[in-house]
Design a protein around this ligand. Structure first.
Ligand code: AHG
Ligand code: MN
Ligand code: MN
Length: 334
């Protein structure tokens, strides 16, 4: 396969699907990619933090070493704010949305991100990631942007994806025309197309859930998990749970199966956030032929009431997600 960079791939896709594109979206993606390369560089040095100065202290370069999630957030906020394509952003690390004044940027896009997903895994050198989700603003770009306009129906995403900081750094994204995966070649500093047209198998053999919460689940969720662990007349599914959504979703995309973060008595809306965790993954899953639901509703049919809204998430191979939805329905949900 010839080497195709993510920028070349994006430009070719734009010629095909949006020949009138103004270049704003390309410049947004470009700055997002630069942010991820910077975050990736720091992630790869995470274990050296004490040698390089220690969190909160001044390192040998005379720079203050920040916590990685704080660093990732600052990097993304700075680049999204200055790329000229964004009018508002929502981040897991910011309580309120950041509205960029029109004199600073008349950009047409709204972006949500989880700057560092799976941050509890940083100190043990396990895969983490960055998740993003992009919407186009509907009204005239010269009008001041109002915060409530951040609350967009999830099925109006124009792009979504993630960067995975694993053994290699990857970018996986969709603009609604399938899902493509790129691997960072550190020797040339480019993301190269390594996983074209990614598809989730209709059925998998892996389930992924934090099974130690079973005492907080309802009967329906217990039955779902039990059916993967003890299927009638079949082989049991294997259990895999990293605890970084990006890593657990990436495996589900490549190997098939199901990931669940259901509601429980302690977390009646689950844990994951709709706008920068569940919705972008749902867009990717559907574009790869899979499904995503909160147990009752398709994730992409949801519209948030607040930017940090949580939702249960059941996502992966279409038949496995249907199987869970059937059990929930039998228990009177939906
Ligand atoms: P974040 O690090 O961005 O706060 O997200 C952590 C999330 C997600 O990555 C993962 O799927 C989930 O938390 C794991 O939660 P539990 O520890 O409750 O299983
Ligand atoms: Mn997260
Ligand atoms: Mn996070």
């Amino acid at each position: 396969m010839p080497e195709i960079t993510v920028t070349e791939h994006l430009l070719a896709a734009q010629m095909e699907w949006s020949p009138k594109a103004t270049g704003q979206f390309t410049s947004l993606l470009h700055d997002l990619i630069v942010s991820a390369k910077i975050i990736s560089r720091n992630v790869k040095q995470a274990g050296l933090v004490d040698i390089l100065g220690g969190t909160g202290e001044v390192n040998v370069q005379g720079e203050r070493v920040q916590k990685l999630d704080e660093f990732a957030n600052k990097t993304l906020v700075y680049r999204m704010r200055t790329c000229g394509a964004v009018c508002a952003l929502g981040s897991e690390e910011l309580e309120e949305p950041l509205i960029i004044p029109p004199e600073e940027s008349s950009g047409s896009y709204i972006i949500y991100f989880d700057p560092l997903d799976g941050s509890s895994n940083i100190d043990v050198n396990v895969s983490i990631g960055t998740i993003f989700s992009i919407y186009r603003r509907r009204e005239d770009a010269t009008e001041p942007f109002r915060a409530e306009r951040m609350l967009r129906p999830c099925d109006t995403q124009v792009a979504a994806g993630y960067f995975l900081y694993g053994p290699s750094t990857m970018m996986v994204y969709t603009t609604g025309h399938g899902v493509n995966g790129f691997t960072l070649d550190p020797s040339i500093g480019e993301f190269l197309l390594s996983h074209p047209n990614m598809q989730i198998a209709p059925r998998g053999a892996i389930y992924s859930v934090n099974a130690s919460y079973d005492r907080f689940w309802d009967e329906a969720t217990r039955e779902c998990v039990d059916s993967f662990c003890h299927p009638a007349g079949g082989q049991p599914y294997s259990l895999r749970y990293v605890g970084s959504l990006v890593a657990d979703f990436h495996r589900t995309l490549l190997y098939g199966g199901i990931f669940m973060y259901p509601a429980d008595t302690r977390k009646p809306d689950g844990k994951l956030r709709l706008m920068y965790e569940a919705a972008p993954m749902a867009f990717l899953a559907e574009q790869a032929g899979g499904k995503a639901t909160d147990g009752v509703h398709r994730i992409l049919d949801k519209t948030p009431l607040s930017i940090h809204e949580r939702t249960p998430l059941i996502i992966g191979s279409s038949e496995d997600v249907d199987h869970v939805a059937d059990i929930y329905r039998r228990h009177g949900r939906g």
